[in-house]
Design a protein around this ligand. Structure first.
Ligand code: IMP
Ligand code: MG
Length: 173
């Protein structure tokens, strides 16, 4: 039987907010180029919509790390499943994430990407659950702060399902 999903952030709200974040980034990087890194798979919908709203010259790369299995809880173990294709040397890098929960995944990513000498490194996330943070990680752009609930949609999955929902929802138990 299909799970029941309650809408937390509607499609209209998500679209509107992504447009705003894109405008902010375009303003902040005026006269420069940005290199956006999508953290697969969750970041892919956000990355595509966001990139369309950024007006400065932009390049993209993709990376896949895993810290979650099919469980709703972080394992604390992070590994690179797919590394970037391009070097980061001298680039204005923006990491694009679906959600920051404990912050473990991102802390690890920032650590390894900084060693590749980007000109600058910023973090952009569609969703943030600040209550859940266990690491000290600075987030530069946040779409929405959300309460401590497990969400799906707009790239986020529960056991690989629901990534394709055009809104952010909560799976009702
Ligand atoms: P963190 O390392 O605890 O910050 O977890 C980050 C990753 O966990 C995200 O990129 C997601 O893949 C996954 N995650 C955390 N919270 C949720 C959620 O509410 N729904 C779906 N995936 C989540
Ligand atoms: Mg993710």
């Amino acid at each position: 039987m299909a799970d029941k999903i309650r809408v937390l952030v509607s499609e209209e709200e998500v679209d509107k907010r992504i447009k705003e974040v894109g405008e902010q980034i375009s303003k902040d990087y005026e006269g420069q180029e940005v290199h956006v890194i999508c953290v697969l798979k969750g970041g892919v919908f956000f990355m595509c919509e966001l990139a369309k709203r950024i007006t400065v010259p932009l390049s993209m790369d993709f990376m896949s790390v895993s810290s979650y299995g099919n469980e709703k809880q972080s394992s604390g173990v992070v590994k690179i499943v797919k590394d970037l294709d391009e070097a980061l040397e001298g680039k204005n890098v923006i990491i694009v994430e679906d959600i920051i929960d404990s912050g473990r995944t991102l802390s690890y990513l920032v650590e390894i990407l900084k060693k590749r000498n980007p000109k600058s490194l910023k973090i952009c996330t569609l969703l943030d659950k600040p209550e859940r943070r266990v690491t000290d990680v600075k987030v530069d752009y946040v779409g929405f702060n959300i309460p401590d609930e497990f969400v799906v949609g707009y790239g986020l999955d529960y056991a690989q399902k629901y990534r394709n929902l055009p809104f952010i929802g909560v799976v009702e138990e």
